[in-house]
Design a protein around this ligand. Structure first.
Ligand SMILES: Cc1ncc(COP(=O)(O)O)c(C=O)c1O
Length: 474
């Protein structure tokens, strides 16, 4: 296919040039009715393309999606304007019904839990490997997947994340092989992997590895606008009709054309110039790693610059351990951003994660390295928090049952033995410690309190102090 063409952009250009009396949505009518200050700030042009799905654009959209499938190596692609969140939920709705069993990597994103509330399936969580020295989740191993597939031959699908937030891709080829040996479809949350497959020095993508359904947040690391993602299907284990049906439920009936256009051009950019652009990004990442590694207290504290073997790492993702500097990742993040305007993607208790992508330039790296040179260290040795993986609590209700059950708030320690009505994911380690529908055990409560005492964050808690927790009451 001609990857240089951008059918959706070309069609949109044609329509915006026509002088029309507009009686369709959106209400601002090509910017004529938009707030003046907003127009001054954004410019005229952007509003002329702020359109819903016009019938004239249907065919060009289908062409643009076909080009994306071709570029990424799938059989079918869907453009999404509600992020990979929508794609994850569609994958689960397309493959599992109420009461079906599904294997889920425990390091899943909260969108997966939401997908389980929607489809009513019974999750069986797969434990992940953990690297204590880097507070790092390494994902599900092929051996674990094999064990669980043998134990649960009746599962309808396996859902894994690859790469994770830290760029760890895991043994994706082996994982695909294990799932397919049992003839079970593998669904992959590749929200952080839209650039994989376009450079030989990057790990192969989940699609290249043979996964059946894969969603990628093109907006996170490739060049499209925030909230735009692509869902891909390959092979014949899942029919495109199932995916279409799921998307009909989940997608907005007014997908924003700006987002769709950005997917069209981001695909062209990756297909035509991806290798060259990623060569630059990898060069910048390598320089950053090597310069940061020379800073006292950071030696061997960068992933892939240590002695530690991490299975298939995306080297454009930079994880810096700040534990030896004597401050937390949260403190380092505040200092770097407030004093020097160097802003990380994500701090955790002991790390800062930086996303490098085709938009970064040399001066960004210079500022990053300089910033770490200036970052004050502290004599007060951080009491290193050691996450001890604890057993996954027992699933008493499915996420859907727990979500719709009556619930109330209880003091955390009084909640032991009750069923959780919320999912809690602490950083570190970025793995849900408690999922909705599971029994709240004393180990969970102790671990949560320990993480909070150490200054960690609990994602998903409705009470951020965690003095209370929502439990099922009926
Ligand atoms: C691993 C993972 N999956 C899914 C998502 C959701 O992606 P999106 O923001 O495109 O909806 C995220 C968002 O950060 C994520 O980190």
């Amino acid at each position: 296919m001609n990857q240089d063409s951008v059918p959706l952009l070309a069609a949109a250009r044609r329509y915006q040039d026509i002088d029309r009396a507009v009686f369709y949505m959106p209400g601002h009518k090509r910017g004529q009715g938009i707030d003046r200050e907003f127009r001054q700030l954004m410019g005229e042009q952007v509003f002329r393309f702020d359109l819903p799905e016009l019938p004239e654009l249907e065919e060009p959209l289908a062409e643009a999606e076909a080009l994306a499938a071709d570029a990424y190596g799938s059989d079918r692609a869907w453009f999404l304007t509600n992020g990979s969140t929508c794609g994850i939920q569609a994958m689960l709705l397309a493959t599992c019904r109420e009461g079906d069993k599904v294997l889920i990597g425990r390091n899943c994103h909260k969108a997966v839990i939401a997908g389980l509330v929607l489809n009513g399936a019974i999750p069986i969580y797969l434990p992940t490997e953990y690297l204590p020295e880097f507070d790092l989740d390494l994902g599900v191993s092929p051996a674990t997947l094999e064990l669980y597939l043998q134990k649960h031959p009746d599962v309808k699908a396996v859902m894994l994340v690859s790469p994770n937030y830290f760029g760890v891709c895991g043994e994706i080829e082996q994982l695909v092989a294990v799932a397919h040996a049992h003839n079970i479809p593998l669904l992959v949350d590749a929200a952080h992997g839209a650039h994989l497959g376009f450079h030989p020095d990057l790990p192969i993508s989940a699609l290249q590895a043979g996964a059946d359904l894969v969603v990628q947040s093109t907006h996170k690391v490739a060049g499209s606008l925030t909230q735009s993602s692509i869902l891909h299907l390959q092979g014949d284990r899942i029919s495109p009709t199932q995916v279409d049906r799921a998307l009909q439920i989940l997608k907005s009936s007014s997908p924003n054309l700006l987002l769709l256009l950005s997917l069209d051009v981001a695909r062209r950019q990756m297909a035509i110039a991806g290798k060259q652009l990623l060569t630059e990004t990898l060069k910048l990442a390598k320089a950053a790693r090597s310069q940061l590694n020379q800073i006292p207290n950071l030696e061997n504290r960068l992933l892939a610059f240590s002695q530690i073997e991490v299975p298939t790492l995306d080297l454009t993702r930079l994880t810096v351990m700040v534990d030896r500097i004597g401050i937390t990742g949260f403190q380092a993040d505040i200092w770097l951003s407030s004093k020097l305007d160097v802003v990380a993607e994500m701090p955790t208790l002991s790390q800062l994660v930086f996303i490098l992508s085709l938009g970064n330039i040399q001066s960004d790296i210079d500022r990053l390295v300089q910033a770490f040179h200036q970052l004050p260290s502290s004599q007060s040795q951080n009491q290193k928090f050691q996450f001890q993986p604890i057993p996954i609590p027992e699933q008493i209700l499915t996420p859907r049952q727990a979500y719709f059950a009556k619930s109330d708030r209880l003091i955390l320690k009084d909640a032991i033995g009750k069923i959780s009505a919320e999912s809690l994911c602490p950083y570190p380690p970025g793995i849900p410690i408690l999922c909705i529908g599971e029994e709240i055990t004393s180990e969970v409560v102790e671990m949560l309190q320990c993480i909070l005492r150490s200054g960690g964050l609990i994602n998903g808690a409705s009470d951020h102090t965690l003095e209370t927790i929502r439990v099922v009451t009926q």
